[in-house]
Ligand binder design. Structure first.
Ligand SMILES: Nc1nc2c(ncn2[C@@H]2O[C@H](COP(=O)(O)OP(=O)(O)OP(=O)(O)O)[C@@H](O)[C@H]2O)c(=O)[nH]1
Ligand SMILES: [Zn+2]
Length: 325
């Protein structure tokens, strides 16, 4: 393998079968390996470790090969979009070789197309709406939205008639299967979700957005890998970083797009997360006030909550209303 030279196109090798996700042919996934390697790094053991730091002994075999001439950063963006570990094996090639591979039918994508998609504000499409009687409100409705860029499935639970209110209460909640459904004690998501539903029903109406952003946007599998690293002593952010992800991979533009589609541009936000507040302003939703949505630690999630406060600037305070604008 020649020295890496950015003036050359880059060939990405990945094991597994390419997956067609509609407008882009993305490729796989679990078995994509390291990125920008020197020849001496091409040792299978090392590649495995790079691809999955939580399972260094896991034996992966390089099966079928998909090849895509593209820039390394674009490749990493694509891996992230499919919620894979952002680890790729990139092989330098020449323009001629890249052309031959494209002619041989390997999936390919224009780097500019990927960049254009990532730079657009997220757009959503309303797919369907139905009534959903729930314990807190027998007249609740639920609407499904698909994120156009990533195919994500996002929900808006509507209680009462939020449009009739000048700044209805809104909870923007990222999915947490382990917390919301199983009652995991590692985080505070379950109690936050259920408290939000109760509160909004008590207030006579509002919206809960349930976003397809499991694990702060890294997906459930990667969140479980992150838990394993946390068992080994890392905190929630260090674990994300070790897996190749930023602290928080979410984009709340999608939440703003759903609120606009629902006809809501002024809200009272139930959250302790300053990024959610800032993102609403950035994407054209006025947060008239923020209501603290703090759940006390449970003895297991103390370090997690502490990290969110100290490292992510999360507000920790007793329930109350703070005017933000
Ligand atoms: N990657 C990762 N995700 C986690 C971890 N613990 C919880 N999560 C995810 O973090 C997200 C928490 O989402 P939210 O409750 O909407 O948001 P928040 O950022 O805590 O902000 P507020 O609750 O609004 O104050 C969910 O998607 C969880 O699945 C973890 O240790 N690692
Ligand atoms: Zn959670």
């Amino acid at each position: 393998m020649a020295e890496f030279d950015t003036s050359f196109p880059v060939l990405v090798l990945a094991a597994g079968r390419a997956r067609d996700l509609g407008h882009h042919t993305l490729f796989p996934p679990e078995t994509m390996l390291a990125f920008r390697l020197r020849p001496e790094d091409l040792i299978l053991e090392r590649l495995r470790g790079l691809a999955d730091p939580t399972a260094p002994q896991f034996v992966k075999t390089l099966g079928e090969t998909a090849a895509v001439p593209m820039d390394g950063n674009v490749a990493v963006d694509l891996a992230k979009q499919t919620r894979l570990l952002p680890a790729l094996l990139i092989w330098q090639t020449t323009p001629d070789e890249a052309k031959r591979l494209a002619e041989a039918g390997y999936p390919s994508i224009e780097a500019d197309d990927v960049a254009a998609q990532f730079n657009q504000p997220p757009a959503v499409e309303r797919i369907t709406e139905t009534s959903l009687p729930i314990a807190a409100s027998s007249s609740a409705r639920i609407v499904a939205y698909r994120g156009l860029a990533d195919g994500s499935e996002n929900l808006a639970l509507i209680i009462g008639n939020p449009r009739a209110r000048s700044a209805p209460p809104v909870r923007i909640h990222s999915a947490c299967f382990t917390g919301d459904v199983l009652g995991s004690l590692r985080c505070d998501c379950g109690p936050q979700l259920h408290r939000a539903v109760e509160r909004i029903a008590e207030e006579g109406g509002g919206v809960i957005l349930y976003l397809d952003q499991e694990g702060r946007g890294i997906g459930i599998t990667n969140k479980l890998r992150s838990y394993l690293l946390q068992e080994r002593g890392l905190d929630t952010l260090e674990a994300n970083n070790s897996l190749g992800w930023e602290d928080d991979a979410r984009n709340f533009g999608l939440a703003a797009a759903i609120l606009k589609e629902l006809g809501l541009t002024r809200i009272k936000l139930l959250s302790d997360n300053p990024i959610k507040v800032d993102s609403m302003a950035k994407f054209g939703i006025l947060v008239q006030s923020r209501v603290a949505h703090t759940i006390p630690p449970n003895g297991t999630n103390d370090r997690y909550l502490e990290t969110k406060t100290t490292c992510c600037g999360h507000f920790r305070e007793q329930t109350g209303t703070r005017r933000t604008g």
